[in-house]
Design a protein around this ligand. Structure first.
Ligand SMILES: Nc1nc2c(ncn2[C@@H]2O[C@H](COP(=O)(O)OP(=O)(O)OP(=O)(O)O)[C@@H](O)[C@H]2O)c(=O)[nH]1
Length: 383
């Protein structure tokens, strides 16, 4: 692979940041004081499942950069572990990792309160183990949660599939899908929808599955997809992902199908950029950031493919795949990127204004009206 790499780094980071500007439809605290006291009110993603199914490993690998092999030494979780990752990631949620066996009959376990503020419940099933008990637990958990909050997205990770052959993977997923839905039908809960994913921490499948879970919780997703579609069609780009840099979750992509190889290539590019920046991009005294508003990288592969990465917000980066001939019009791409970036900032600014409007309890205030008309987020001019 011939590799051409271009990167600029700035010492300080001056662009507007959006750590509190993303609208997930839940109140955000305004002051430091209320922030610490109300972190529990952040929308939650719950990780549940039997003991040793892999819940903590998923959380550590996706959000804390733990290498998969290190998870072998993780100790069993004994109480609910609340991980607030909103300070370092676009994913402005709390991830709650539950101990293997949650006892719904334990009076100290206030599951009604927990499920009420939950956006997504991920139930992890160890596909290398006998899953009959896990299916019983899945049924009990989702039915309880559904009664408290029918708006939860129920996601089932058929996990540790790295140990299975391709045929076995498909067969296991089909079997789990069938049995889980039969159980729901027996309980007259056909409306309760379960989504299934084949996952492993040893490849990118866990990041892809988490991306899909998170995307369902982002209210601006259609706008982001629309912007990406406009951007790629006007710039001769084949595929574009909007990545959360820390977790490598893609929070949106254009509407062409995602193939795993392209996604992996873009994830690897983020790793290269961050690693090189950490080594060569920090100041002599070790200060500065490995990712900032001037982060930009171009990698030319020897198969006429070009990878293009550029900072969009403090947490988000655009990663594109394009052909070498399209890259000849780099000026056009840069200009369109500039419009795209501006539009993304506007989308989140509008969401932030709208939320503040709602918080001030004036549902019919002018800013609420502006929000709804401006939410298409279409960039003003694209060449
Ligand atoms: N082969 C394989 N092993 C995995 C995978 N994910 C996790 N494991 C292993 O599964 C074991 C249990 O993982 P944990 O993350 O501690 O499981 P847990 O569900 O949090 O367990 P409790 O805290 O007891 O509820 C560890 O040895 C992990 O290395 C995977 O995708 N593939």
């Amino acid at each position: 692979m011939s590799l051409f790499y271009e990167e600029q780094l700035a010492g300080s980071f001056g662009v507007d940041t959006f750590s509190k500007d993303f609208d997930y439809g839940v109140e955000e605290p305004d002051t430091e004081e209320t922030l610490s006291s109300s972190t529990d009110s952040k929308p939650r993603i719950l990780l549940m499942g039997l003991r040793r199914s892999g819940k903590s490993s998923i959380q550590k690998v996706v959000f804390h950069k733990m290498s998969p092999n290190e998870t072998l030494f993780l100790e069993s979780t004994n109480k609910i572990y609340k991980d607030d990752i909103s300070g370092s990631s676009f994913v402005n949620f709390q991830i709650w990792d539950f101990p293997g066996q949650v006892d719904f009959f334990d009076p100290t376990f206030d599951y009604e309160m927990i499920f009420r503020g939950t956006g997504a419940l991920i139930f992890v099933i160890d596909a290398q183990d006998d899953y009959v008990e896990a299916l019983g637990r899945l049924h009990l958990t989702v039915t309880r949660a559904y009664r408290v909050n029918p708006n939860i997205n129920f996601e089932v990770f058929v996990h540790k599939v790295d140990g299975l052959s391709d045929d076995h993977k498909i067969e296991t997923q089909r079997d789990i899908h069938q049995r889980a839905n039969d159980d729901l039908a027996d309980a007259s809960l056909e409306k309760l929808h379960l989504s299934f994913y084949l996952t492993s921490i040893y490849d990118h499948s866990i990041f892809e599955a988490f991306s899909k879970v998170v995307q369902k919780l982002i209210s601006q997703l259609p706008t982001l997809e629309n912007l990406l579609n406009i951007f790629i069609s006007n710039s001769g780009i084949e595929k574009a992902f909007l990545f959360d840099v820390v977790s490598k979750i893609y929070i949106a992509t254009d509407s062409s199908p995602v193939d795993m190889q392209s996604y992996e290539l873009c994830c690897d590019m983020i790793d290269v950029v961050i690693d090189v920046s950490c080594i060569y991009g920090l100041k002599e005294d070790g200060t500065g950031s490995a990712y900032d508003k001037d982060s930009l990288a171009i990698i030319k592969l020897n198969n006429t493919t070009v990878l293009y990465l550029k900072e969009v917000t403090k947490f988000l980066s655009l990663v594109c795949i394009l052909r070498e001939e399209s890259f000849e019009k780099k000026g056009l791409i840069d200009y369109n990127f500039h419009c795209f970036r501006k539009a993304i900032h506007e989308v989140f600014e509008v969401a932030s204004v709208a939320r503040k409007g709602l918080l001030s309890m004036q549902p019919s205030s002018p800013c609420t009206t502006v929000k709804s008309t401006a939410l298409n987020g279409t960039p003003r001019v694209l060449v």
